[in-house]
Design a binder for this molecule. Structure first.
Ligand code: SF4
Ligand code: SF4
Length: 301
């Protein structure tokens, strides 16, 4: 069994407890307009071109036997329809201006690649976080990876948008120490407008995990003028549980624009500023009005 991974990041401190290695799975069922990992949205292999790193040497065009790359007047033009994804141009590029965000791994290859950090995880009380994209969008691969890490004594966290069949959560639950679970909106209409999907399945799965006593940390990405009117509704929704999960409010930023450009994707990032005080205000509401264990993702206090 093989899975498609868009990247592996070591020594992460924001993807769960302790120092963790985060594995980014490729592909996501949601289309969040504020997505800061555009390379993880599609399940396809994608070649990126970073114009600011290009020295216009023409090596990529010379290496391409499909005629997909042309250099015209110091401009590199790639015809995606002709590209066979051979990756020759990525190897030929001396500056890293051409790169790709996907690599296929077997379960063992992926676990062996990450397990080098095992001593580090143990000393730092961390582990591995399966993220994305949406790791559960490759459900069987994610389950087998989690199972293998578990068997090797490595803590597994799942960073998820929650949009997967309940049976997938049932199957992966025994191998997972915690879920970092996105709640972006309670109003279905708002959720649909921001992500392209209903939140019914997401909330249903969350309730399932909580009913099973799973350790869950809610992640609320706060995007001013888009879902900031959901703070009260999320507070009210979570406070109905007997043992409400911790909730971390995350600050939106629009830094990923260059990656959309490099992948020739439409940049959907809202051009709004969510400030630190917006985040703190949301935290205060969740704490003071709804008695939730709310954390400011900016200050981590
Ligand atoms: S991946 Fe291969 S076919 Fe596609 S542009 Fe690069 S060299 Fe050409
Ligand atoms: S090989 Fe790299 S640096 Fe050279 S022209 Fe192509 S993209 Fe630019």
């Amino acid at each position: 069994m093989k899975g498609l991974i868009s990247g592996i990041k070591r020594m992460e401190i924001h993807d769960g407890d302790g120092l963790r290695t985060t594995v980014f799975f490729k592909g996501c069922p949601l289309k969040c307009i504020w997505c800061h990992n555009p390379e993880s949205i599609s399940r396809d292999v994608q070649i990126a071109y970073f114009k600011d790193k290009c020295i216009y040497c023409g090596e990529c065009a010379r290496s391409c036997s499909s005629g997909a790359i042309n250099m015209i007047d110091k401009r590199i033009i790639t015809d995606g329809k002709k590209c066979s994804l051979c990756l020759n141009c990525v190897d030929a590029c001396p500056t890293g201006a051409r790169s790709f965000f996907s690599k296929e791994y077997s379960v063992t290859e992926l676990v062996d690649t990450v397990i080098d950090d095992k001593d580090f995880f143990i000393n730092g009380s961390g582990g591995v976080t399966l993220s994305g994209g949406e790791c559960l969008f490759q459900p069987n691969f994610a389950i087998e990876v989690a199972k293998e890490f578990y068997a090797r004594g490595v803590s597994v966290y799942i960073d998820t948008c929650g949009f997967a069949q309940k049976s997938v959560f049932e199957r992966i639950l025994p191998y997972v120490d915690a879920f970092l679970y996105d709640v972006k909106a309670i109003d279905e209409k708002v959720h649909y407008e921001c992500t392209g999907q209903s939140n019914a399945l997401i909330l249903d799965n969350l309730e399932f995990l909580l009913s099973k006593g799973a350790k869950v940390e809610i992640r609320f990405p706060l995007v001013k003028n888009y879902n900031d009117n959901q703070t009260e509704k999320i507070g009210k929704y979570l406070s109905k549980f007997d043992n409400p999960p911790k909730i971390k409010v995350l600050k939106y930023h629009s830094f990923a624009g260059s990656r959309y450009l490099s992948l020739n994707m439409k940049n959907t990032l809202p051009q709004v500023e969510t400030t630190n005080s917006d985040v703190q205000n949301a935290v205060n509401i969740l704490k003071n009005k709804y008695a939730l264990n709310a954390i400011n993702g900016v200050t981590e206090s």
